[in-house]
Design a protein around this ligand. Sequence first.
Ligand code: ADA
Length: 570
Amino acid sequence: MFRSFPIHTLNQPTELSGMWTFQAEGREPIQVYVPSAWETYPGYESYRGKAVYSRDVLCTEETRFVFEGVSHTADVYLDDQLLAHHYNAFTAFEAIATGLEPGIHRLSVHVSNEFNEESALHTENDYYSFGGITRPCFMEELDSLYVQSLHLTPVREDDAWALDIEAVIRNVSEEPQTFYLEAEADFLEETTRISEPQELAAGTSVTICRKVAAAGAETYSPDHPKLYEVAVYICDPNPDEIPEDADAESYSSIYDDRVERVGCRTIEVKGSKILYNGKELQIRGFNRHEYHPAFGCAIPPQIMDTDLNLFLDLGANAVRTSHYPQDPLFLDLCDEKGIMVWEENHARGFREDKMRNPHFEDQCEDVIREMVRDDYNHPSIIIWGLLNECASETEYGRGCYEKQFALLKSLDHSRPTSFASCKHFNDICLDLPDIVSYNIYPGWYDFQGSETAEVQLQKLLDWVQTTPGAGKPFLITEIGAGGVYGYRNPNMDKWTEDNQAETLAKQIPAVLNNPAVSGIFVWQFCDVRVTRSWAMMRPRQMNNKGIVDEYRRPKLAYYTVKKLYHELAK
Ligand code: ADA
């Protein structure tokens, strides 16, 4: 299962989950299950290098393959033909083959998880970059025209909902094709034509925009996560004229269809508040990395569900997808369970020298484009974030923030934007986002001597009011402490569960009781593996600030946060 709802009403895609041949450079081939991280295969636990995944697939003349995540660089071949090249583990990409001889072909994916100059974003870091086809992949038969993307934007007009539909249609054939579009949804009385017939030249795409009334649609909220499926059909305007080369019996007057889900809600920034459906929002969340010792970053649906059930038990209402776009199925589950999402592009903790990598800008911008393209419709996503803890204190860094915020806004102006800063009193980018956000660790990594969490936070808030960030909503995007599961002592020593729980017991009220703060994301939900160069700062070569360990076993801090999140909920 790669999504929690069917993405087509007509021809369902064929999932490519299952056994593939895997061969790492210089090693014997083995059979492995896809999706998976290769670090979970015996003998590959710390393998950093190249490998090829391959299997046979049954193709029609025009076949589209979709990979939701390959970590971190992929070259996709069908037989000997290169179909696609993609960098970044955390966004999807397609590979299209046209003019094929129908029948069995060999699909191969050349994968690398190497750290080198070509890879500006997957580097040694405080989380692990795995290798492999780590998210689901599928294939579908194409018929000249297909829906490349479908964005649905609910808008509130005169006390009723309307829906802006924006569909990108692509012609992969070598002939011009004529089509019109229809839309179908529960809140539409009947199937509605949303474009007039038009011709699309061979090999080109077109964007079609249309607003439809959705008067009967109920409002979505975390307490009432009402979702609607919206289908768009690419129709043949001359269905009676069956093309000469078509098989009359199987000829369909619909080229393609696509289903997306929508939830009708508003999210906006007004002065120093974040308003959700017009009401002031308090965020009580966790940062979550995709990690489990048995699966690496290839988290199965059951564990996604477990994680979100723990969030609900904890009284949390939000997740920050630190530090990259997460699996689309996880976002579907957030939509369904009413958990709000801060989704961010992939970039963690790069100082200026790393931001000057010649690939940095392009790679960040690709992630932003792909993230918005694919995750736009999730009502759970309420904030877009970017460039966590990068060089927002330098002029060069500022240039990157500026460009990336401009790009993000050009792709979506329906959601507020932010970035998580750790530059305390030196940040020079606070004019750029809609929301000012800081990562602080009072009592763990103090930035103001041994002052209390209240005082450290207040000093920061006071300083922000002297900058262009004044008057904007303010979030704490990280706060927390390390605690190794099972390590207990009464001395309150660092890395004990006791110390972690006590530190969070001071931090959380300091944040949630401060009326100038719109919310908090605790760092972090579960312990995660980190790369070797971080090991000296990270016992067990793990980031141990999870309130559950990597197996989701609760630490003392779990109960502390749970109590506070329930008590301080507004
Ligand atoms: C930073 C960073 C996180 C993590 C955390 C920590 O704020 O954004 O990725 O490294 O610190 O555990 O120190």
